[in-house]
Design a protein around this ligand. Structure first.
Ligand code: UDP
Length: 480
């Protein structure tokens, strides 16, 4: 019998994947979607929330060379102007956007012919009821570390048992069976229990255990302790937690080939191996005007080579503008750098506005260290490219990630910050940059990063733990 390509596609198991706005969520869920198609023979519809989509998001999802079997389905845009105030916090804005965009979810899933399963990220749990009504199993993909998942799953218990603010607790929060979270490392969303971001965060993490399973962007050998705790510790068993599937590290494998990508790579080609410090603070990270100035001076004094993604300072552009505007080039950033900086450093440095092809830069042999805000995707990308990190956590769960990558994993160094100090001075930055490229500590972190790169590759290849985890899931989905 001759089976046409069309009917063969129609008989493949079909999964819908949907991510909340923000490159930190979209990148790993899109990678998961691609992997399900290319490595596991599934058909995937990626539902794209188009409202407030950043330039980077649109470029990524509408790239011309998507594998056949992966379709991007744009959800109709919604009007947030009358329901979200201009000064709403980032997570609140994001969650309301998802809420509104999901009004059409039921009809979209029906139109797609009821997929075998739906995969969401942490901030899309509004899909639970629709999936229940349509009898479609819903899985959540945790785009952060297992340590963070352990914290998230424990938060509803903390909310019930602890009175007052967590930031006023006398000591670190002990997660059952795993790490302690220092009060200063607590994520922004739980630092003030009265604000809307806390309520939204708690809402989603409380609903997480209702998923049919939780995929996570990590691998067994990177975080064995946290994974064991979530699976075996009695506190988590009592919740109870659905099956956990570590399927990572899933990172971007290609970058759209724009003119600025070509420029960055051509510049890197001219630099010696392991010599360049790459500085990029995620999709929305920005420094204050004062910190930007100190950073520039420290970098210049260190005389190290650098590729720096610069954005308007945080006191000039509002947080949500840079988060939702990832990839958008705002004018005027040059005037916040010290006078003559660009001219004086042009032999050793390249400054780009707003966005760089991060994975391509990290995988270039000239890149020797990465100043990162420690978003989980950036951390995984750095490890997958064997590049050690200098931690510059800014918001969300990044302080937790930085501590874990330094203390448990050994691929990160941090600046020395005096208690209460808001700006890190040029001398400390100069020291950090030199140590990262020339010092023994920097070299030890680089060795560790290269070891982990191998461990990650093993986990992802056929027969590896992450590959098998995803394989096991896809078999379940085929059976639905
Ligand atoms: N990114 C990039 N170029 C930039 C800044 C960020 O390609 O100049 C990508 C980066 O490779 C990563 C994502 O944006 O895939 C950021 O995700 P992460 O979880 O690190 O941080 P978030 O943006 O969520 O804070």
């Amino acid at each position: 019998m001759v089976v046409s390509a069309e009917s063969e596609t129609a008989t493949k198991p079909h999964v819908a994947v949907v991510a909340s706005p923000g490159m930190g969520h979209i990148v790993p869920l899109f990678e998961l979607a691609k992997r399900l198609v290319t490595h596991h023979g599934l058909r995937v519809s990626f539902l794209n929330i188009t409202t407030e989509a950043s330039t980077a998001q649109t470029q990524l999802l509408h790239s011309p060379d998507l594998p056949s079997g992966l379709d991007v389905v744009d959800l109709p845009p919604v009007d947030l102007s009358t329901i979200v105030s201009e000064d709403a916090l980032v997570l609140t804005r994001l969650c309301i956007n998802v809420d509104e965009s999901f009004r059409c979810l039921k009809s979209v899933l029906l139109k797609l012919g009821k997929p075998n399963a739906v995969v969401i990220d942490l901030f899309c749990t509004q899909a639970l009821e629709v999936c229940e009504e349509l009898s479609i199993p819903l899985y959540s993909f945790c785009t952060t570390s297992s340590a963070f998942l352990a914290f998230s799953l424990y938060l509803p218990t903390m909310d019930r048992e602890i009175e007052g603010e967590y930031v006023d607790l006398p000591e670190a929060v002990q997660l059952p069976g795993c790490s302690r979270v220092r009060i200063e490392d607590l994520l922004d969303q739980v630092r003030d229990r009265k604000n809307d971001d806390y309520k939204w965060f708690l809402y989603h993490v409380s609903r997480l255990p209702k998923a049919a399973g939780i995929l996570i962007n990590t691998w067994e050998d990177l975080e064995p302790v946290a994974l064991r705790a979530i699976r075996e510790n009695p506190t988590y068993q009592e919740i109870p937690i659905p099956q956990i599937y570590p399927v990572g590290p899933l990172i971007k494998d290609t970058e759209p080939l724009t003119a600025s990508v070509v420029d960055c790579l051509a510049w890197l080609d001219k630099q010696p191996t392991d010599s360049v410090i790459f500085i990029a603070l995620g999709s929305g990270g920005t420094l204050s005007t004062q910190q930007l100035t100190e950073f520039a001076w420290g970098l210049e004094r260190s005389r190290q080579r650098f590729l720096w993604v610069v954005r308007l300072p945080s006191d000039i552009a509002c947080d949500s503008a840079s988060f939702f505007g990832a990839g958008y080039e705002a004018n005027g950033w040059k005037e916040y750098l010290p006078e003559g900086f660009l001219e004086r450093t042009k032999e050793v440095g390249l400054v780009v506005s707003s966005w760089a092809p991060q994975v391509a830069v990290l995988s270039h042999p000239s890149t020797g260290a990465f100043v990162s805000h420690c978003g989980w995707n950036s951390s995984l990308e750095s490890i997958m490219c064997g590049v050690p990190m200098i931690g510059w956590p800014l918001y969300s769960e990044q302080r937790m990630n930085a501590t874990m990558l330094m203390e448990d994993v050994g691929v990160l160094t941090k600046p020395v910050v005096e208690p209460g100090q808001e700006t890190i001075g040029r001398l400390e930055i100069e020291r950090l940059m030199r140590t990262a490229i020339e010092g023994e500590k920097g070299k030890a972190s680089r060795r560790k990063a290269k070891e982990l790169k191998e461990s990650a590759r093993k986990a992802l290849s056929t027969g590896g733990t992450s590959y098998e985890s995803l394989s096991c899931l896809t078999k379940q989905w085929e059976a639905y």
